[in-house]
Design a binder for this molecule. Structure first.
Ligand SMILES: [Fe+2]
Length: 322
């Protein structure tokens, strides 16, 4: 498929009668589309770089390198965040923003601020007291698939049935309807019911909050999921057309950490994440092999995957509109 054909297909998702189909396999392998994504998506979108606590140590920085374009964020002596492109040269400094402890960068120095797009999410997450949360675990992995395969997977929990039958599926059942609300071109909120509401939390959460995983996806590749006293953040950055860096971490509220063995907690969370990540990685690398086959066809989207359609719409807006 040509780039023009792929963009026309994407534009279809912006129509009211959007197809209940996945993108064409070529969308995950086309070098023309990849080149367009590097400029129109990763050259001018808000990318989740990590958690601000990583910058509290003098000399430390956060780096995000979509498609080889490296952006580094550090905190100046005055406490302000600064982003720079590498190699420095004469390129204007990328935009940087901190939102409740999360650091976002946008290679476009004239990008519109992200904060206003997250206002309603911030209100809804108020009880989780995100700015007070502290990191307890983290990981970096590399998956051999196109970034969109990884990101669309993170927009639905239907795949838990096939890929996570003994892990994620036990917590958020894949049959449960996901409630998706598109907040803006940048932000989509996804709610998934837990199998059982959390019995008790250190934070004073409502019964509804204890029964729901609250996931906020920031287009193109960031997400944070709040459940109980924990938040898991993930950023999926393309390294090449068929390799994606998956970086993430777990934060917890200090009130839930009292009396806890921090090393044991770290180990337990990192081991748990490694198991689930491996399940996703193996499944998605298999999908990558399928889309590379010339016999591959578009798949049907289940009504249980409205998050995928929301992701395709954001992608279409970024690639098709100016
Ligand atoms: Fe998964």
């Amino acid at each position: 498929m040509t780039l023009t054909e792929l963009l026309a297909e994407l534009a279809g998702y912006l129509e009211p009668d959007a197809p209940e189909l996945s993108l064409s396999p070529a969308a995950f392998t086309s070098t023309e589309l990849w080149r367009a994504e590097r400029e129109r998506v990763f050259g001018r979108s808000w990318l989740l770089a990590g958690h601000a606590s990583e910058l509290d140590v003098p000399g430390r920085s956060l780096t995000v390198s979509p498609a080889g374009r490296t952006v580094t964020v550090s905190r100046g002596a005055d406490g302000a965040l600064r982003a720079r492109s590498a190699p420095g040269g004469h390129r204007p400094a990328p935009a940087v923003e901190e939102w409740r402890g999360f650091v976002f960068v946008n290679p476009d120095p004239d990008a519109e601020p992200l904060g206003p797009h997250l206002r309603r999410i911030g209100e809804e997450l108020d009880a989780y007291r995100l700015p007070e949360m502290t990191p307890i675990a983290g990981w970096t992995e590399e998956w051999r698939c196109n970034w969109k395969i990884a990101v669309q997977n993170a927009h639905e929990n239907y795949h838990a049935m096939g890929l996570h039958p003994t892990t994620v599926a036990l917590i958020t059942p894949p049959g449960g309807a996901m409630e998706v609300r598109t907040e803006s071109p940048w932000v989509t909120r996804l709610l998934s019911p837990f199998r059982e509401p959390l019995a008790a939390t250190a934070l004073p959460l409502s019964a509804e909050q204890r029964a729901t995983m609250y996931n906020c996806a920031v287009f193109p590749c960031g997400s944070l999921a709040a459940f109980g006293d924990s938040v898991v953040w993930i950023t999926m950055t393309p390294l090449t057309i068929d390799r994606v860096e998956v970086r993430g971490g777990v934060l917890m509220h200090p009130s839930a950490l009292e009396g806890q063995d921090r090393d044991a907690l770290r180990e337990q969370n990192e081991e748990g994440a490694a198991v689930v990540n491996r399940e996703d990685r193996l499944g998605l690398e298999a999908v990558q092999r399928v889309v590379g086959s010339r016999f591959a066809e578009r798949g049907h989207l289940s009504p249980k995957e409205p998050g995928v359609t929301a992701f395709y719409r954001s992608l279409a807006r970024a690639l098709v509109t100016d």
